[in-house]
Design a binder for this molecule. Structure first.
Ligand code: PMP
Length: 281
């Protein structure tokens, strides 16, 4: 089925949705993005994703010409036009097309490019949520502003290819001996005392919207979260390991670098956090 895609104010059949070859998103990855989950045709935590988009734009001097309500309406119209029940909406905002390839930023009057499209996929009943995933660790070769959600995703693509070549589902990235985050998710380990450990927020990781919700929910349900660095070895020996992101919510990790976590089945803290996250929707 051909999707309806949003491009700069127009709702177009996907085959007609086009962006210039001179667009700075294409030439320089001069662009930011967001992905908001959709469950039962409703947006999950749209306010959180909008707030992070505004922050990303602010950090890069990108102009977001549409306000929160305007953007919510575009998302909602795409849900209706594409009869989307479950999945996500991808949004990309670029510094636009200045008519040539030029390293210098174009005049501020250059219109940005805003594209949104829907992606139908299972979120609530995804098999990985009950089976868990296997991850391998690999070096984090990304730039130093991972807190900005830019479309420079070659390093995560390479990490996922590395994981696939090892027969794993995903990769955890390692810098200076510590796990930063997953190729497209935040990472957590559960210690023997049931404390959940996750890396503190900094420029080294993306400030996950799902992470933010989980930290709050965990505290409300008496699960202690400790924000500190942790090593691949700690992850391999943890009682439980899990990930979070907008389109996975919470997925158990059942092996790290080939080492089975716990009894190789999703652990109770992971399952509890996934359950309370789903209840919140
Ligand atoms: N870290 C990285 C590198 C990611 O790509 C993502 C997913 N966008 C996340 C963390 C999780 O963030 P969120 O919960 O906002 O999807």
């Amino acid at each position: 089925m051909s999707r309806t895609v949003y491009v700069n104010g127009e709702y177009l059949p996907e085959a007609a949705a086009k962006v210039s070859v001179f667009d700075r998103g294409f030439l320089f990855a001069d662009a930011v993005y967001e992905v908001t989950a959709v469950v039962n045709s409703k947006l999950v935590d749209f306010a959180g994703h909008y707030a992070r988009l505004v922050r990303s734009c602010g950090e890069l001097g990108l102009t977001l010409a549409v306000d929160e309500n305007g953007l919510r309406e575009i998302h909602q119209r795409l849900i209706v036009e594409n009869a989307l029940q479950e999945g996500g909406i991808y949004l990309q905002l670029t510094r636009g097309n200045s008519g040539d390839r030029d390293f210098h930023f174009p005049p501020a009057s250059t219109p940005p490019t805003l594209v949104l499209f829907t992606q139908a996929r299972a979120v609530v009943d995804h098999p990985a949520a009950s089976k868990g995933i296997r991850v391998v660790t690999c070096p984090d070769i990304r730039w130093q502003r991972r807190d900005i959600k830019t479309v420079q995703l070659l390093a995560p693509c390479l990490a996922k290819a590395f994981a696939e070549a090892q027969g794993a589902d995903d990769a955890f990235l390692v810098e200076n001996g510590y796990i930063t985050e997953g190729s497209s998710c935040n990472c957590y380990i559960v210690q023997d005392d049931n404390t959940v450990v996750t890396r503190p927020l900094s420029n080294s990781i993306l400030h996950g919207i799902t992470r933010k919700a989980l930290v709050k929910l965990a505290e409300e349900h008496g699960v202690t979260i400790e924000e500190r660095l942790f090593t691949p070895e700690e992850a391999r020996n943890a009682r439980e390991v899990f990930i979070s992101s907008a389109t996975t919510f919470v997925w158990p990790v059942i092996a790290v670098d080939g080492q089975t976590i716990g009894d190789g089945k999703p652990g109770p803290i992971t399952q509890l956090l996934r359950r309370i996250y789903l209840q919140m929707l």
